[in-house]
Ligand binder design. Structure first.
Ligand code: PHE
Length: 348
């Protein structure tokens, strides 16, 4: 069959279409299984099906007859495709009866998850601060160097930028490496008095191991008013840590450096496992480092357009994973991100 038009001239094409129209539809409707339907699909629509040959041989038909026949053949093709789909839908709805159904067998319990420990700790911490009149706010994870560094008194080329290892994009954006960005985002839009608590993800290019992850969570706190002293900060942190870890918790402040606070401190709390006597959790020190804090540096106020002489504030930042690991005795940070139900179940 070198030239199909020899076999399928205008009359034979008509005959083929007539016959298909008569038989194909009812044969599809009578099909009882998916295998049967597949056979019919090949027979009617496959490469070697007569309808396909017809369509291919249309070129040999005189132009004035071609368009009418072509249209009819295409319509038929589409309608057969429709019907095959419809019938296969019908067949899949028919349930095959099982040989034997034992209704007395116990059912399979669906697995139950639980609130993720990170979500849980964020809720506990923000609850405490909301009782102290702090308001939950959120910033963005994709930021610019202005919010992550410059406005936080970390000028370009200043070596302290290196202490906040950061992911940069080719377009000059970055993934925030600290939630302190939210301080700037809020102050730039609003005037004091302010009391905010800002939980969220931060990113640093760390190699993943039991205590490092390239993504983790921080909670940032900021309070600004006409008069907000360092002793306000101390008081709030005492209240907070005792609410979270128990009334016996002692708190200690060590001098430190952060570019955006002056003076700056690192906050330790007495180890709640050994009651400050020394154990494996606190590395025999009796103290656990839990957060960074300090009085807002006047340069930060200037960067957001505040009158640095007229306002005072404090800020603090803590790592959520660290607090969760301490509180629940978790020794590998990776467990938080693997979503292993055996791990998550323990926090129900
Ligand atoms: N942003 C600091 C960090 O990531 C923590 C911090 C926040 C310190 C606010 C002081 C004040 O280490």
């Amino acid at each position: 069959m070198s030239d199909p038009s020899e076999v399928y001239n205008h009359q034979t094409i008509k005959d083929v279409l007539d016959e298909l129209e008569r038989t194909a539809v009812s044969r599809i409707a009578a099909a009882e299984s998916a295998e049967e339907l597949e056979k019919l699909r090949l027979e009617f629509l496959g490469k070697k099906a007569r309808l396909s040959l017809v369509l291919r041989s249309l070129g040999g038909v005189p132009p004035e007859e071609r368009s009418g026949l072509g249209q009819r053949a295409n319509l038929l093709r589409r309608s057969l495709e429709e019907r095959l789909k419809e019938q296969s839908g019908k067949l899949s709805k028919v349930l095959k009866p099982r040989a034997f159904l034992d209704l007395t067998l116990p059912g399979t319990r669906p697995e139950r998850g639980a609130v993720h420990p990170i979500t849980r700790i964020i809720a506990q911490i923000t609850d405490i601060f909301e009782k102290l009149n702090f308001e939950w706010v959120e910033g963005r994870e994709v930021e610019t160097a202005f919010y992550n560094f410059t406005a936080l008194n970390i000028p370009e080329d200043h070596p302290s930028r290196d202490s906040f290892d950061t992911f940069f994009t080719k377009e000059g954006h970055l993934l925030r490496s600290q939630t302190s960005t939210v301080q700037i985002r809020v102050m730039e839009k609003r005037k004091p008095p302010l009391r905010i608590i800002a939980p969220g993800r931060v990113y640093r290019p760390d190699t993943v191991d039991a205590s490092h992850s390239f993504m983790f969570h921080q909670i940032e706190g900021l309070m600004v008013d006409e008069k907000t002293t360092f002793s306000d900060l101390k008081g709030m942190i005492h209240v907070f840590l005792r609410a979270l870890f128990g009334k016996k918790t002692k708190v200690r402040f060590r001098p430190h450096f952060f570019p955006f606070t002056e003076p700056s401190v690192e906050v330790d709390m007495s180890c709640f496992i050994c009651d400050a006597k020394g154990c494996s959790v606190c590395g025999q020190k009796g103290w656990l480092e839990v957060m960074g804090a300090g009085s807002v540096d006047p340069n930060v106020f200037k960067a957001v357009g505040y009158d640095a002489k007229a306002v005072q504030g404090f800020a603090f930042g803590l790592g959520v994973e660290r607090i969760a690991m301490l509180k629940y005795g978790i020794t590998d940070i990776r467990l938080f991100y693997e979503n292993d139900i055996r791990f998550l179940k323990q926090f129900q």
